[in-house]
Design a protein around this ligand. Structure first.
Ligand code: SAH
Length: 374
């Protein structure tokens, strides 16, 4: 039998062309005010048009062009399109908890899908945002980790999720009347510290006052990480008092290597050393996240070990009852095991809380974001 494909010398030489990824259009949040002003001048508009646009978008959380009445009507659409290209296209928003939790699915310019979740509590409103489409960290209990990384989000795509949530609060779209967005958590899809420069600029846009940012408090922003040690140290040195959350999930390397595969690169000891460096530099309490997985990481002895390695540090433990994900055989801990685990940590004087898990029934809780359009 002859193999027709054996002799390739006679085939035309096909050049392999890597698919070119078109980046998202540049947005006011990517540019920053100074560059947005330059762009206006370049296009023949007065420089202050950028300030006008920014005051509406950042200062009033306004996405409705018809309200931008201080811009001359002939130029309004052009300038709006120039500085505020629509980066997030709403595919759907579903709510639960009587309308106080809303998960939105967004389609980006290239078809990539991401999710954000807005949660209103009596005393605050928090938006959980995505920093990447997909995630490359491959934690086996997390739905996002199962499909791999599609791409990093841009500053504009990240800040737009926050601006949209702020808009939904001031417009009264979320149940409970008109309110204000107070908190942002990078706990949606993606590993924020793997998109470091972008999330840092995005954070600056969130905390700078209008017209260069949304004017949120840095202390209300939480960056959650699997533990990329050099990046944690870098963040500590930036001098921005955001809250750091570290996804630990196991106090021992043997189990953490399985649950958080990046532990094979930076182990428990190194991650915690970086966390304590963060507390020293920022004087901020580091939050240790720990998903409680039945019979996997919830043994009392592990609680004891966790308390032992954390005691004496500026930290608190946030236990997250495991949220179900498709295809996973794992489930949340039994209540009695959870109670024993909590007690074991508390014996070391380490503060611990169990997270009130919002959005479970709409697959909007921690680790359930998988961004499917159907
Ligand atoms: N990549 C970042 C942020 C995203 S996840 C990080 O890992 O920290 C936010 C938190 O939800 C993390 O602590 C993550 O480990 C946790 N999580 C993931 N899947 C979960 C699940 N199925 N149930 C409960 N928590 C989960």
């Amino acid at each position: 039998m002859t193999n027709e494909l054996q002799d390739v010398s006679s085939l035309p030489q096909l050049k392999f062309v890597a698919p070119r990824r078109v980046p998202p259009p540049l947005h006011l949040a990517d540019l920053g005010l100074a560059k947005a002003q330059e762009l206006c001048v370049e296009k023949g508009y007065p420089k202050f048009r950028a300030d006008q646009i920014a005051k509406h978008w950042y200062g009033r959380f306004d996405n409705d062009i018809s309200n931008y009445t201080d811009l001359p009507s002939v130029q309004r659409e052009e300038i709006f399109a120039l500085l505020l290209p629509q980066l997030l296209n709403e595919v759907k928003t579903i709510t639960c908890d009587n309308g106080t939790t809303a998960k939105s699915l967004w389609r980006l310019h290239d078809g990539a899908l991401v999710e954000s979740v807005l949660m209103r509590y009596t005393d605050r409103a928090t938006v959980c945002i995505s920093s990447q489409a997909g995630c490359g960290m491959a934690c086996p209990f997390c739905a996002t980790g199962q499909s791999g990384l599609t791409r990093n989000l841009s500053v504009g795509e990240i800040v737009s999720q926050v601006q949209q949530a702020a808009a939904d609060m001031v417009s009264g779209k979320i149940a409970g009347g008109v309110g204000r967005l107070s908190n942002v958590v990078f706990m949606g899809m993606g590993e924020p510290l793997a998109n470091y420069n972008t999330i840092l600029t995005a954070i600056r846009r969130m905390i700078d006052p209008a017209p260069n940012g949304l004017g949120l408090s840095a202390r209300g922003i939480t960056v959650s990480t699997v533990g990329l040690v050099p990046r944690i140290k870098q963040l500590a040195d930036e001098g921005i008092p955001v809250t750091l959350a570290v996804s630990l999930h196991a106090p021992d390397d043997e189990l953490r290597n399985e649950l958080v595969p990046v532990n094979n690169r930076w182990n428990v000891r190194e991650v915690l050393d970086a966390a304590w460096y963060y507390t020293r530099k920022t004087k901020r309490r580091v939050s240790i996240e720990y998903a409680m997985i039945r019979d996997i990481n919830d043994q009392e002895w592990r609680g004891d070990r966790l308390g032992r390695i954390l005691r004496g540090h500026l930290t608190h433990v946030n236990l997250i009852p495991l949220n179900p994900t498709p295809g996973s055989k794992w489930t949340a801990s039994r209540p009695e095991d959870e109670a024993a685990f909590v007690a074991a940590i508390e014996r070391h004087g380490v503060p611990v809380t169990v997270r009130d898990t919002r959005g479970r029934e709409i697959d909007g809780a921690c680790g359930q974001l998988a961004a499917k359009a159907d």
